[in-house]
Ligand binder design. Sequence first.
Ligand code: GLU
Length: 508
Amino acid sequence: MNRKVRVRFAPSPTGPLHIGGVRTALYNYLFARRHGGDMILRIEDTDSHRFVPGAEAYINEALAWLGIKIDEGVKEGGAYGPYKQSERRDIYREHVKMLLDAGKAYIAFDTPEELEAARAAKPNFQYDASTRMSMRNSLSLPAREVEKLIADGTPYVVRFLIEPGRDVEVNDLLRGKVVINSSILDDKVLYKSADDLPTYHLANIVDDHLMEVSHVIRGEEWLPSAPLHYLLYEAFDWSDTRPEFVHLPLLLKPDGKGKLSKRDGDRLGFPVFPLEWHDPASGAVSTGYRESGYLPEAVINFLALLGWNPGDDSEIMSMDELIEKFSFDHCSRSGAKFAFDKGRWFNHEYLQKMDDAELAELFIPVLKDHGVDTDKFSKEYITRVVSLVKNRINFVADLWDQARFFFVAPTGYSEKDIKKRWKEDTPEIMAELIEQLKALPSFEASEAEPVILAWVADKGYHLGNVMNAFRLTLVGECKGPHIFDITELIGRDETIARIERGINAIKA
Ligand code: GLU
């Protein structure tokens, strides 16, 4: 069957989108784009008890930040809308009626207490062929009574009538065929009269069918629902256009077995949400990749490789390259360990690829946060600084630690480095160094360096001690880029002022 590729990402707005959900959205997007198909964003909000305000806006913002573009959805519109399930009640009501009329579903009146009692009376109670005739439903009660209960407004649910003893063959593009016997399934609730809303299963199937979804790509946690979904397609007589199914492997804890959880992120120090999330009920704030300084391209690249590989050893890939290479042939069936340090590595790599001037632009707010009056420094100056230290950073915010001394003189000096490098004769040598620096015709690194090195050699000084003491006065500790790059940038006056301050402040 050759049909247009149409995929959907179908989150429930029950909280912030988890990073695993982002990966599901990404794989849907890559597959759709790879095949010139459509990407639908459907909001599955039929569980009114779990609705969380702000969650839908969060999903939109996160996908937009990551560059996952939606073709059809609540905001985008489209020919198959509405794209929010709570706005599709009429459609579901009509489809529930279709199943009832065809005898594929039935109405059940059991109260929560009655269901509780049934469960208490029978271990492993399941509402199915073996028990349904002893419950209160339209199969066990006389038709007149059913009509009366409905007319009286008694709350009811509609259950799917599962025929026992049938083998259901489910196909998954990653896992192949799995046969399960229908006897293990219960008569799932498809609709609840109390809120006039369908359950996930019915709404999900009906919408996938009506929206002409060709591939259902979702997390492994939905695999157990697949046989039921197959039976629903059959009950509606839609098996011929049933989508293909792909259940993506779980994201696992970075350091062990089991599913990745928010607690792992808190414990090991990485975000599990794309954007910061403010819980409307508790007020608790959870960190996001965006606010932690990740670039969206790095997050995308990192996530793409959690459960898929390009079939060669490419690692750094843009969205377009990912689209070009993506296929389920190279998706893994087993869970992917969430190696968050690899995420940091990707961020480092993407920062290296970024234009220095662009990176400087991102550094300016960080400088301001640290009280630097950035108007005092030219754009060229900040750009030069960035070019000198960027290979040492994983995040934009790291630039401060690596480059603060280009903007503010040190206020203290590392004890450890003093012990190691500041000898009794150091103040004298530093005073001589000042004279050398004053006499330099040019302060450019390429001209200053050979002159100073020749002076050190001439005097027979220990090069390491002299240079490190020099560095200590400039930086406050023995780290940073090439020393003559620092002096060239901060300039002669500032260099000499810092050495003088060092001579006065540092005591061996
Ligand atoms: N609403 C479900 C979820 O929150 C959708 C599962 C599916 O893609 O079928 O993940």
